[in-house]
Ligand binder design. Structure first.
Ligand code: ATP
Length: 211
């Protein structure tokens, strides 16, 4: 099954499955049931069965799924055999945390260069990643096609436009700015403050023990 045949909702759960299956494999487990998976990744087992049928993985009653088969499929589909290089723009509090975070632990993505406008940060290394001046973006990006955006909101659109002109194909936007990009560019928004606020709102208005 080719990866572009997998529905988007299923594809989004793939890294989640991958992480869990990878752990199982490290523990030496050979098979896993959809119930076990369901409890671990918090996805209902009917969805898991449907998702896995797209992967060509047929679970057998009383046996479950073959861990090695799944792992091979996920690695290939997620391009885990190849490291995807990523760049980060804005080495502030959040950006610094990301540079120190070991993304390689769970998936093969690696931040290889960071950019900032602050001269005090330029020329330093944060978490082993060199920080370049934002003016040198196009010069230092080389073959990188994915960018993480952790600049102040009012700088976000401007920098995005430069990234797009450079040829970046994916942006993970951590700024609260609602950025516009051409259709061919994929942008995912993660606004931590909004997520936290939503959680607090749900806790207050939809307490789980009263549902
Ligand atoms: P800090 O406390 O280090 O300033 P912060 O996350 O609170 O961190 P922000 O104002 O959100 O600070 O800025 C994040 C980072 O983005 C800072 O390091 C800042 O120097 C950098 N920055 C600001 N403008 C630009 C720009 N145009 N291009 C690249 N980086 C920028």
């Amino acid at each position: 099954m080719e990866k572009n045949k997998i529905p988007q909702a299923t594809a989004k759960r793939l890294p989640l499955y991958y992480r869990f299956i990878n752990n199982l494999n490290h523990q030496g487990k050979k098979r896993v049931s959809s119930k076990e998976l369901s409890e671990a990744v918090k996805v209902d087992s009917a969805t898991i069965r449907r998702d896995f049928s797209y992967f060509g993985a047929l679970g057998r009653k009383g046996y479950g799924y073959d861990v090695e088969y799944l792992l091979r499929f996920f690695r290939k589909t997620l391009d885990q055999d190849e490291v995807t290089e990523v760049t980060l723009i804005g080495v502030g509090n959040l950006g610094t945390a990301f540079l120190h975070y070991n993304f390689m632990k769970n998936n093969n993505t690696k931040i290889v260069a960071a950019f900032d406008a602050n001269q005090d940060k330029v020329g330093t290394e944060v978490g082993g990643v060199p920080v370049f001046h934002i003016d040198d973006l196009e010069k230092k990006m080389k073959g990188v096609h994915v960018a993480i955006l952790t600049v102040p909101a009012n700088e976000a659109q401007n920098i995005t436009n430069r990234l797009v002109d450079f040829g970046v194909s994916g942006i993970l936007n951590f700024t609260p700015a609602r950025i516009t990009v051409p259709e061919k560019i994929r942008i995912h928004h993660i606004d931590l403050a909004v997520e936290l606020q939503a959680l607090v709102y749900f806790l207050k208005h939809y307490p789980l023990d009263q549902e």
